[in-house]
Structures are given as C-alpha cells and as structure tokens.
Unconditional design. Structure first.
Lengths: 188, 188
C-alpha cells in the first residue's frame, strides 16, 4: 500500500505531491537545492528603514517573487522613535511564527489532517540592559521565546502535538533562532 | 569636556539624547528594562499566513504600536505555493538588515557622523536538503549570512567600519541569529 491509499485526504491548500516530487528531484540533483535568499534594507531616517525582498536563486537559476515584498522597520515611540514599522526584534517573531505555521499546514496535509484554523501566539523576552550597554552580562537578543498554538482541526490532541513537533524539526527559522549562524558584516 | 562639546552635530533623525537618558533611567531601574515582544500568526491557507504585531510590554507597562503591522508569509511558486508573501527565511534577513541599519544610524549620530544614504544587502545561503529531509547532515537554517553595507556619509572609511562594528555589538537580531536562543513550542 502507498501512503496515498492509507492517508485520508485533507485540503489545506498545500500541494504535498509537488513537495514530495521536489524532494525526489533534489535527492537526485543536490546542487539544485542550494538557495540564496536576499533582502535589501534601505535606511529612511532615524531608526526607520524599508527592507524589500524580491529576487532569489535556487534550482540552479535566478527567480523573482510575483511581486516585491516590503517591510517597514522602526523603533517605537517609547524609544523616542517614530514607530513607522515593527521593531526588527518583532520581525524575528513574525518569521518564526510564519515558518512554523507553514510547516504545520504542510505536515497536517501530509498526514491527512484537515485544519480549520491555526493561530500561533509568539512571545519573546528581551532585557534592554543588553542593547543599551548597561550590563555586559545581559545578552542583546531574546533570553527566550515561547510559541503557543491554537489549532482547530479534525484530529486528537496527540496528533496535533506530533504535527507541531514535526514542523519544528523541519523549520528553517526555528533552526536559525535556536542554533548559531555565522554572519559577516562588511562595508562595500 | 562632555561628549556634546567634542562631538560634531549630525541630524540623522535619531534622538540620541533620549537614548542616553533611557540608559540612565534603566540603569537605576533595571526591572523596567524587561520587554516582551509579541507576534500573532494566523494561518490563511496552504503555506500562506499573516502575522500581526501590535502590543508589547516594557518599562513596567503595556504599550501598543501606533498601528498594527502585518507581515504576509508564504512560499514561492517554485515550491508549488502561491507566493502571497515573503518566505519566513527572508523575514529573518529583513529583521537582521533593519536591526543593524537602525544601529548604524544611532551610532553614527552619537559619533557626529552625518549619513546621506545607507543600504544593506543581506544574503543567506540555505541548502534545502535540510528542510526537505533529504540529508540529515544539512541544517534546516542558513549555512551563512552576509551583510554588505553601502554608506554615503561624511566620514572616512575606517570610521564607517567602526560604526558598523559597534552596531553589530549592540544588535538584538545579530545576537539572535549568531547565538542560540531557547524556543518552546506548545499546543494551547
């Protein structure tokens, strides 16, 4: 029996067959799996910037999104800034929530679980004594992040928990946040 | 002599005096430096989600941004998705660029360097053999990220490099990406 015969069908809008075909194709041609994601951040004024995302490379070719996506970044008024956008720290939480949630939808579909609604509440603790340089023992980033899922679906709690666990296991952003990544910063 | 007397004035739109006052105030009252940033990610369909950022806590109180900021997340058409938003991986690059760029503006102002334009080109390498589960030795996240700054300012190259270095040293997102953070994920 194949997985298709044993797994009930769920339409969550994820094309799981295409993902499985991609996995097969990239197993045979691993160099095509190398992607480069890009963002261009332009300073506007003060702490306000606009970052656009458009082109990327992968599958041995250059690609562009259907349209450019823009992110306004700024600091809030309590930091004497103009609050023209989310803080960069909040963008990290947005990235984490979006990544895990796409994974939940993909894994649920693969397992035949029909989703009705999924909401992730993401919270991160940050002690500003770090970024303000008050206490060298306090880190600049998050001391911890919590993600709490509310899921309405036709599946028992244990199955939903297993879906969330599998999403974590394959999440690019969960990995990027929980494990160190080398970042080089230089002047052109 | 104070720094104000020795440092030339630069108007980059950053209120450095307010930041210095905040540092002084939070040194005296460290519990007020504890912030909680939040994001609410709602699944739309397929890999498409919408994350909103609005409230946060800090300075011992609840706050809201002047408006809610929304982020559309999705996967591109080459992954058989609808490309309704940036990938979560790209959001991480946007967060990093926005954080370092706000820092560049703040540090430059503190050092009396007038900025004319600042652009950060952020690139991240990701081998999809990780997230597709093809090769367990390939990580899900970025194998490396590069940030390249183009800065037009009234300062010698060495001073701009020092500003970039100081921005890294105090960046919340640079820390979050380069160092591990504990993330808990649970079903409500």
């Amino acid at each position: 029996m194949t997985a298709t015969e044993t797994t009930p069908f769920a339409d969550n809008g994820v094309n799981v067959d295409a993902l499985l075909q991609a996995r097969e194709a990239l197993t045979a041609m691993p160099e095509a799996a190398r992607f480069e994601w890009r963002a261009r951040c332009e300073w506007i004024r003060g702490t306000h910037s606009r970052t656009t995302v458009h082109g990327f490379s992968g599958l041995g070719a250059e690609h562009t999104h259907r349209q450019a996506f823009a992110f306004e970044g700024d600091h809030p008024e309590v930091f004497a800034s103009e609050d023209n956008g989310a803080t960069p720290a909040e963008m990290v939480l947005a990235a984490l929530g979006a990544c895990l949630t796409a994974g939940v939808a993909a894994v649920a579909t693969r397992r035949g679980v029909q989703l009705r609604s999924v909401v992730a509440h993401v919270e991160g603790d940050m002690d500003l004594q770090g970024i303000l340089g008050i206490d060298a023992d306090v880190r600049n980033g998050y001391s911890g992040i919590r993600v709490r899922y509310e899921i309405d679906a036709d599946a028992p709690r244990a199955e939903l928990e297993a879906i969330i666990a599998q999403s974590q296991k394959r999440s690019a952003v969960y990995d990027a946040v929980t494990n160190p990544t080398n970042v080089s910063v230089e002047l052109a």
